[in-house]
Design a protein around this ligand. Structure first.
Ligand code: DC
Length: 227
């Protein structure tokens, strides 16, 4: 019997390790990896390029609804532009956080994300995957880590350090997190049925092993039920 292809949701704040863990879990399972943060970043990038006001919900959501996204092979393209590198800067961190506050932008992107994942066989990472995009996801993981550790990881990433030290990265990260957690539309929160994993001081292989164990357990439950 072919095992059922699951929907795996990985949520959590910046620097919790979602990207690395989601990519590796998808690779091992031969599932598709969808980084939804990259979609918000790409919309922020394109809105800035078109000279839009990032708080203008109507204009930015029209752009998000029209846009084509291509997230294959680790690249991020919006309307044919490869923005994989351009969206990983402190300026795009801020632009993404601003456009992600707008409910109509979220609606447009959530619709795309559901289309990308509804067939299963997907590891989707973001802030609202287990709560809003796929509340019925087969596996829900919430990754977290101590703020100092998240800031250290971000600062070690040349795309985000911007020449500043850990302290500067830490305050930008804290400000962005606060906006993500307190916004009215789909704030970052832990789904009631998510498994929470604290990645502070745990290496990536250890976290991936924990997630794979949960996925395998869930896969077994389904195949024994369908027998
Ligand atoms: O994960 P990231 O840092 O690339 O996300 C960029 C911004 O988009 C960040 O402010 C959180 C927001 N985001 C969101 O609101 N919902 C998602 N599903 C993914 C990201």
């Amino acid at each position: 019997m072919t095992p059922r292809r699951l929907i795996i949701a990985i949520d959590g704040p910046s620097g919790a390790g979602k990207g690395t863990v989601a990519r590796e879990v998808a690779r091992r399972l031969r599932y598709r990896h969808v980084d939804t943060g990259a979609m918000y970043r790409a919309v922020g990038w394109k809105a800035l390029r078109e000279g839009l006001d990032l708080d203008d919900e109507r204009d930015v959501s029209a752009l998000a609804s029209r846009a084509t996204f291509d997230l294959e092979g680790g690249h991020v393209r919006i309307d044919g532009h490869d923005v994989s590198q351009a969206i990983r800067t402190p300026e795009m961190d801020r632009a993404a956080t601003r456009v992600a506050r707008l409910p109509a932008v979220r609606e447009a992107l959530v619709r795309r994300q559901r289309e990308m994942g509804e067939q299963g066989g997907v590891v989707m990472e973001g802030r609202d995957i287990g709560t809003v995009v796929f509340p019925e996801a087969d596996v829900k993981i919430y990754l977290d880590a101590a703020p100092e550790e998240r800031a250290r990881r971000r600062a070690a990433d040349p795309a985000h350090a911007n020449g500043g030290g850990v302290a500067e990265v830490a305050s930008a990260l804290a400000a962005g997190d606060e906006l993500d957690r307190t916004r009215a539309a789909s704030p970052l929160k832990v789904a009631a049925d998510a498994v929470r994993i604290d990645t502070t001081g745990v290496d990536i292989d250890g976290v991936v092993a924990q997630v794979m164990a949960i996925v395998e357990e869930r896969g077994r439950t389904y195949s024994s039920r369908s027998r």
